[in-house]
Design a protein around this ligand. Structure first.
Ligand SMILES: [Zn+2]
Length: 318
């Protein structure tokens, strides 16, 4: 499939039918060719001026295409396989006026060049909050310091599964202490969904959190498939938070029905420690879908305001 081409056209069978990941219900939520952001009036009614998406991805085009190839192999239909400029327009079209620039290294020697690339480009993406990444390797503290001091990055992203990264690796200790002292947030994919890795899961995360209890951490995907284990840490660690990325949606790659249904109550109880995330552009449905799903949940309007907008606003601009 060529760049810019829609994922499905009406005369082709939906490739989502043959994904190894399952779906809730019988029918699929709409995908790009029928995008209609009818959530815009609903958020306005809730007093939400715009949505803050804490989990959106930006990679150099060559890396992004390699990542899309992986998704293609599991029929994970990429809803927004578009040139970068159009992707940013799609975010704005859906009322997402602020968003992060997450990326991560797959190997040694890659993280600092990703940071350089983000720095060189993020000003073209209106509303972008620049995030860096790092990796257990020589020089890690120095390029992280550069990303903070010179590039003014406002957070970092780590991916324990793809990067085969152990959060407890001694080579990362100085960097974590530095980010703790600076109180710069780190968004971490530490959970076992959609696929477990060598260093994913609560057994790696808990000792890490105990070592740096006041580090500002956002756990991606609410820690699925161990949401309750991660959520149980929230009251004891006020600087810990979770993002809703791909959890409350009909695609069940990062949520199981029972796990997701049980997690709804956490959104109310821990409403100050939850951020909305989408995983854009690598989602097999419209951006409208995850937003509407949050709006439809049986939680208070105040919790929805905090999750869709206010918490992230406070994190970066207070
Ligand atoms: Zn992601």
């Amino acid at each position: 499939m060529e760049e810019g081409e829609g994922v499905k056209s009406s005369n082709q069978p939906d490739i989502r039918l043959s994904s190894p990941f399952s779906w809730r219900g019988e029918s699929f939520p709409p995908i790009l060719d029928s995008e209609s952001p009818d959530h815009l009036s609903r958020i306005r009614d809730l007093g939400i001026p715009y949505i803050f998406d804490i989990h959106t991805h930006f990679f150099p085009e060559t890396v992004m295409k390699l990542i899309w190839r992986w998704f293609d192999n599991v029929n994970w239909a990429i809803g927004y396989r578009l040139p970068e400029k159009e992707r940013v327009e799609r975010l704005h079209h859906n009322g997402i006026k602020r968003f992060t620039t997450l990326n991560y290294a797959h190997k040694v020697g890659m993280a600092s060049s990703l940071n350089d690339w983000t720095y060189a480009n993020y000003k073209n993406w209106e509303g972008a909050i620049p995030f860096g990444t790092f990796y257990p390797e020589e020089g890690v503290l120095s390029y992280v310091k550069q990303a903070v001091d010179e590039y003014k990055f406002q957070g970092f992203k780590l991916h324990c599964e793809v990067s085969k990264l152990n959060l407890n690796h001694p080579e990362l200790a100085e960097t974590f202490l530095y980010l703790l002292e600076k109180q710069i947030p780190i968004l971490i994919h530490t959970g076992t969904a959609p696929l477990p890795g060598e260093f994913t899961g609560i057994q790696f995360f808990k000792p890490f959190l105990e070592t740096y209890p006041t580090l500002k951490i956002i756990v991606a995907h609410m820690g699925a498939h161990e949401i309750s284990a991660y959520a149980s840490l929230l009251s004891a660690y006020p600087n810990l938070a979770l993002d809703t990325t791909m959890v409350f949606v009909d695609f069940l790659a990062t949520g199981k029905i029972e796990e997701v249904d049980a997690a709804v109550s956490y959104l109310e109880t821990y409403q100050d420690q939850i951020y909305f995330g989408s995983d854009f552009p690598n989602i097999p449905y419209n951006l409208n879908h995850p937003i509407t799903k949050i709006l439809d949940l049986p939680i208070s309007d105040l919790a929805k305001q905090k999750i869709l907008y206010k918490n992230a606003e406070n994190l970066f601009f207070k």
